[in-house]
Design a protein around this ligand. Structure first.
Ligand code: AMX
Length: 437
């Protein structure tokens, strides 16, 4: 059994009494209340989910296991691939799952585990190939994932009828490891099938998950670091966002990781969530086109922003349901771009939008957060390195998001979280309560 699994077992068992005690002895302690606006408005800010994998502070942004993004990269310094600047996804996943920085040997074990599991079964390829070639890559990605459900160790063990609740995390871990290992291979297959003349590049047994993904889609250095950075930055954003929450909700019915993450991917595919990064690039390109590919002046840009808002559209990549400042995931990408593509015209435009859009959005007066989120930046870096099929950008998000979601699902089973079942009320009831004040 792998060290990671042993460490997890210890950690989960040591943690479980904390949840049991809270639930048994303090279950009645009130931590929030819900108003009509929240019931109508997407449960915004209602505190009713628990996770220890990451926490999103409205001002400061995400912390993974208590560490900010720069602190996370610093802590994983020993796992930077030689000649590169980003740590391996393998070391990061160990950290997300356990909260501990792995040793070189522990990260190497994760690497070896992924290698053992990564091969994409032929039947998945057959299903992808049977889909109309113009299907959105997110539809293919989701279908590919759910197709592999037949291999779920969790579903099999559950079906045998003697799986104890406290042991459920074990087969969930097995499924999570297989899924994380296979997702880059699945994503690369879709990419090459759809956009690169159906020519494919074999997986390289010597390369880490990020480096291997770069190679399989046909990229060279430093794109391997772009892949690692993307997957890490997009991994987790606490539990209430659509992709994480959907996966958690589905898994709460004891559906396995394949069913759950496929559902999460379907949520990520929405334009208000993960699809925003594709929309950002579309919006930027449109803007450039209108000016014969010249970088606009600030005045022109201001006008484009207003035109977008006045036509009833949102400015993609700006605003956030929780964040109230610039997303540190935006900042991390901005720093990478400053170093590697400082003169790229699209990058310059992204920076100019950052100077102009917050003012326009503030004047517009609707959004609670006029600052950019992760999606305002991601597409531009991809475009620069030649990944120009922007339909595909959300799939990259989905490969990364799996790390956080699946780490959460393992812990959900470990801590025995219940099936989700919030209560609904009728509009008549709301009106009655509104009337009564
Ligand atoms: N442009 C224009 N209007 C915006 C806006 C933006 N970028 N962001 C929010 N608003 C509007 C909302 O549409 C809403 O208008 P309404 O009252 O007419 O419905 C109003 O401002 C209040 O919204 P909010 O409380 O600030 O945001 P929210 O929590 O309801 O929604 C989000 C958050 C991200 C969906 C929203 O900011 C948005 O649509 N942004 C653009 C799309 C985007 O970038 N999504 C990616 C988010 C990150 C991710 O998940 N990948």
């Amino acid at each position: 059994e792998s060290t990671l699994k042993q460490v997890l077992k210890q950690k989960i068992e040591a943690f479980r009494p904390r949840i049991q005690k809270l639930n048994k002895e303090f279950g009645e302690v009130v931590i929030d209340k819900v108003n009509i606006g929240q019931a109508i408005g997407g449960a915004r800010d209602v505190r009713c989910l628990v996770t220890d994998i990451s926490y999103l502070d409205p001002q400061e942004g995400i912390r993974f296991r208590g560490k900010t993004i720069p602190e996370t990269f610093e802590a994983l310094k020993a796992h930077v691939v030689p000649g590169g600047e980003m740590p391996t996804v393998e070391s990061f996943f160990y950290f997300l799952l356990t909260g501990e920085i792995p040793t070189k040997e522990q990260a190497q074990e994760v690497f070896a585990e992924f290698k053992k599991r990564e091969a994409l079964p032929q039947y998945v390829i057959d299903v992808l190939r049977a889909m109309p070639r113009d299907s959105h890559p997110m539809a293919m990605f989701s279908a590919g994932i759910v197709t592999m459900q037949r291999e779920s160790v969790f579903a099999k063990r559950y079906g045998e009828g003697n799986l104890k609740k406290t042991d459920m995390w074990d087969p969930m871990y097995e499924d999570a490891m297989t899924l994380v290992a296979r997702l880059p291979v699945l994503a690369a297959y879709i990419y090459r099938m759809k956009y690169k003349g159906d020519t494919h590049i074999a997986s390289d047994a010597s390369l880490d998950l990020g480096g291997n993904f770069a190679k399989m889609i046909g990229q060279v250095k430093p794109y391997d670091d772009v892949a690692r950075m993307y997957f890490i930055l997009h991994s987790d954003h606490e539990s209430g966002n659509v992709s994480a929450h959907t996966s958690h909700l589905v898994a709460s019915a004891l559906s396995d990781a394949y069913y759950s993450y496929s559902a999460g991917i379907n949520g990520l595919a929405g334009p208000l969530h993960g699809l925003a990064n594709q929309e950002v690039l579309g919006w930027i390109q449109q803007t450039m086109k209108k000016l014969n590919n010249q970088v606009p002046s600030k005045e022109q840009l201001k006008q484009f922003l207003w035109d977008t808002l006045n036509s009833g559209q949102v400015i993609p990549g700006y605003g956030h349901a929780v964040l109230r400042k610039t997303d540190p995931r935006y900042t991390a990408q901005n720093e990478f771009a400053k170093k590697h593509l400082p003169n790229d015209p699209l990058f310059q435009l992204v920076n100019m939008i950052y100077e102009v859009a917050p003012g326009v959005l503030t004047e517009h007066g609707k959004t609670k957060n006029p600052w950019p989120n992760v999606d305002a930046h991601s597409g531009v870096i991809q475009w620069y390195y030649g990944v120009r099929e922007w339909d595909f950008y959300t799939v990259l998000f989905g490969v990364g998001r799996a790390l956080g979601v699946l780490a959460n699902l393992v812990w959900d089973r470990g801590l025995g979280y219940a099936i989700e079942r919030p209560k609904s009320v009728t509009t008549e009831m709301l009106e009655k309560w509104a009337h009564e004040g």
